[in-house]
Design a protein. Structure first.
Ligand code: C5P
Length: 298
């Protein structure tokens, strides 16, 4: 994430993610699933403006270029609101904030938009409210908010994550990666996709460490063979759009294709930024959904 001070406000540009590898290992006693995943940060950002106010009120407004954002919970269920409330309670402070969220990352896409916003809120309000919380305390709070929040807190280009996703280990990325990303009109609920994994279990023998070292060596040929997602099967069962989209992407002349997180967004790993732009232009004619040509970046 990138933070800039603008007068009394702190403005944060906070990125989306793609999962290049996601292996679900099994269901846990607490209902979550143990997994190992490799995530990269991409240059598609939500922008959030924070301003501290003297009263304890949290005033959150959301805007987007797309009407789809209306399905987002604006009130106390919004992850930005939950992150701010968690900070207020855990630090026992009586100040509040005026927060304006400009959404670009699609929701229910598996691109971590809500988690990224939550991580940005922890970092920004820690500064605005001068709380002085260290990285490890912020990581504890992040894991209470969701499984992907810790990844965004690290602001790393790529991370190998385990546990339910909250245990992060930044890894090297040998070269910038370029993608075409397609988000079908309908999203998928993460909980439903994980539930469906119970019926359609797929795992891989490829280890997280071997995918991380392929990413570090930077050879596209090696990276493409490491791509895997246990949740693709269940998502294809739940959504005909995802099934069709993965078929379209597999027929493109890209290095590899796959689904991110629990979907519904899918991606093609391209050979260059130019190829990603060209494919995005071609796919726009097919009415598959929202299309992005993006590269890795923080
Ligand atoms: O952690 P997060 O709020 O993103 O998770 C949303 C839902 O996805 C959880 O309520 C759970 O049903 C499912 N999930 C899971 N195992 C994980 C992560 C998420 O079962 N590791």
């Amino acid at each position: 994430m990138r933070l800039t001070r603008q007068g009394p406000s702190l403005v944060v540009h906070t990125p989306a993610k793609l999962n290049l590898f996601l292996n679900v290992l099994g269901r846990r006693q607490d209902g979550f699933h143990d997994l190992e995943t490799l995530m990269v940060s991409i240059r598609l950002y939500d922008t959030i403006r924070f301003e501290s106010v003297a009263s304890p009120d949290l005033e959150l407004s959301c805007r987007s270029l797309r009407t789809a954002v209306m399905s987002l919970p604006f009130g106390p269920d919004n992850l930005v609101h939950r992150a701010a409330t968690l900070l207020q309670h855990s630090c026992r402070i009586s100040r509040g904030a005026r927060i304006c969220l400009f959404k670009r990352i699609p929701s229910e896409a598996g691109m971590g938009g809500g988690s990224s916003d939550a991580a940005a809120t922890l970092v920004a309000l820690n500064q605005c409210w001068e709380l002085g919380l260290g990285r490890s305390r912020l990581h504890e709070l992040a894991s209470e908010l969701g499984s992907d929040v810790n990844f965004f807190l690290d602001s790393s280009l790529a991370s190998a994550c385990s546990g339910r996703g909250e245990l992060t280990r930044p890894v090297a990325l040998g070269r910038p990666l370029h993608f075409v990303v397609v988000k079908p009109p309908l999203g998928l609920s993460t909980g439903r996709v994980f539930q469906a994994w119970g019926q359609i279990r797929t795992t891989t023998t490829t280890s997280l460490d071997s995918v991380a070292s392929r990413l570090a060596d930077g050879h596209l040929e090696h990276i493409r063979h490491g791509l895997f997602n246990s949740l693709e099967g269940p998502a294809r069962e739940l959504s005909a759009d995802v099934d069709r989209l993965l078929g379209v992407l597999a027929r493109l002349d890209v290095a590899a294709s796959g689904m991110t997180g629990s979907g519904s967004a899918c991606f093609g790993l391209c050979r260059s930024a130019r190829q990603a732009l060209g494919i995005a232009r071609r796919l726009r004619g097919l009415r598959l959904g929202q299309i992005y040509a993006v590269s890795t970046g923080i």
